[in-house]
Design a protein around this ligand. Structure first.
Ligand SMILES: Nc1ncnc2c1ncn2[C@@H]1O[C@H](COP(=O)(O)OP(=O)(O)O)[C@@H](O)[C@H]1O
Ligand SMILES: [Mg+2]
Length: 263
């Protein structure tokens, strides 16, 4: 999907907006007044030490978890009280930090399930031009796109973690998302797979998709992200270009104070 043309005098379309989100789990303040924006056609990073609240924020954005306070907007529409499937229908897609695949199916069939599910979801709504293609060939095209064209027949439980993550990414792309949230997609990937991932993220942004990337690989973040938000203990401690946040004393202190410093 292409980004909408910019209205004269306005900035780029904000695909995803998170405003002052707070979440408490019992005695733990997992998120406190977290705000961020992801413009259409950009890759933005969400980083921070383990336990900072990154996955919790993804759960709030996708509708798996209700925040105590704050709003989530998709394409300017307030979705805070909408269930997850309605948000998915609006073009919100994600991958999970812990892989969520159909382990008894082949890699290609995992992606095909995604293609079929997204078509079923659209039925009755606006058709997509790609719907004329056979689900099998769309799945094959998505496997090629993540660099796994040769592994369509492979059982996913025989794949390396890196390849399995890329299968999950291909499936997340099956819905032709406007916004995609990726939770540590680089973990377990070898350097060749990381290069494919970096190219893919840039391609997605170039085609108008908004990407929010949670990633520990500093190099991948530096190479792909336009803007980065840093969380620590549930709060935003820095926000800016990758270079700005990397040189922020608060960010350096947060990483030095955590076991992540050695990663
Ligand atoms: N369902 C939950 N119940 C209680 N505590 C949780 C729950 N989910 C996450 N947490 C806690 O919230 C904090 C943030 O977790 P998480 O969002 O997974 O961090 P990150 O993804 O940045 O590593 C952690 O201290 C974690 O233990
Ligand atoms: Mg996490």
């Amino acid at each position: 999907m292409q980004a909408s043309p910019e209205a004269p005098g306005s900035g780029p379309e904000i695909a995803l907006e998170v405003e002052e989100i707070s979440v408490r789990f019992g005695g733990l303040q997992a998120l406190q007044d977290v705000s961020l924006e992801v413009p259409a056609g950009t890759v933005c990073g969400l980083v921070g030490p383990n336990g900072a609240g990154k996955t919790t924020l993804f759960d709030v954005i996708t509708g798996l978890l209700e925040p105590d306070r704050g709003r989530v907007r998709v394409g300017g529409v307030d979705v805070t009280s909408l269930p997850a499937h309605r948000r998915a229908k609006m073009g919100l897609s994600r991958t999970f930090q812990r892989l969520e695949l159909f382990w008894s199916l082949s890699a290609g069939d995992n992606v095909k399930v995604g293609v079929e599910a997204s078509r079923a979801r659209r039925r009755g709504g606006s058709a997509h031009p790609d719907d004329a293609a056979h689900p099998e060939s769309t799945a094959r095209m998505l496997m090629d796109r993540v660099g796994l064209g040769d592994l369509a027949e492979a059982a996913v439980d025989c794949l390396t973690t890196g390849s399995a993550r890329l299968v999950e990414l291909a499936r997340a792309l099956a819905v032709q998302p406007r916004i995609i949230l990726l939770d540590e997609p680089g973990s377990g990937l070898d350097s060749a797979e990381r290069a494919v991932l970096a190219d893919l993220l840039r391609d997605l942004a170039a085609s108008g998709t908004a990407v929010l990337l949670v990633e520990h690989d500093v190099d991948l973040v530096m190479r792909t992200c336009e803007h980065v938000t840093v969380l620590d203990f549930g709060k935003v401690i820095a926000s800016g270009t990758p270079h700005e946040v990397r040189s922020s004393p608060a960010v350096q202190a947060a990483y030095l104070g955590s076991s992540e410093a050695s990663r």
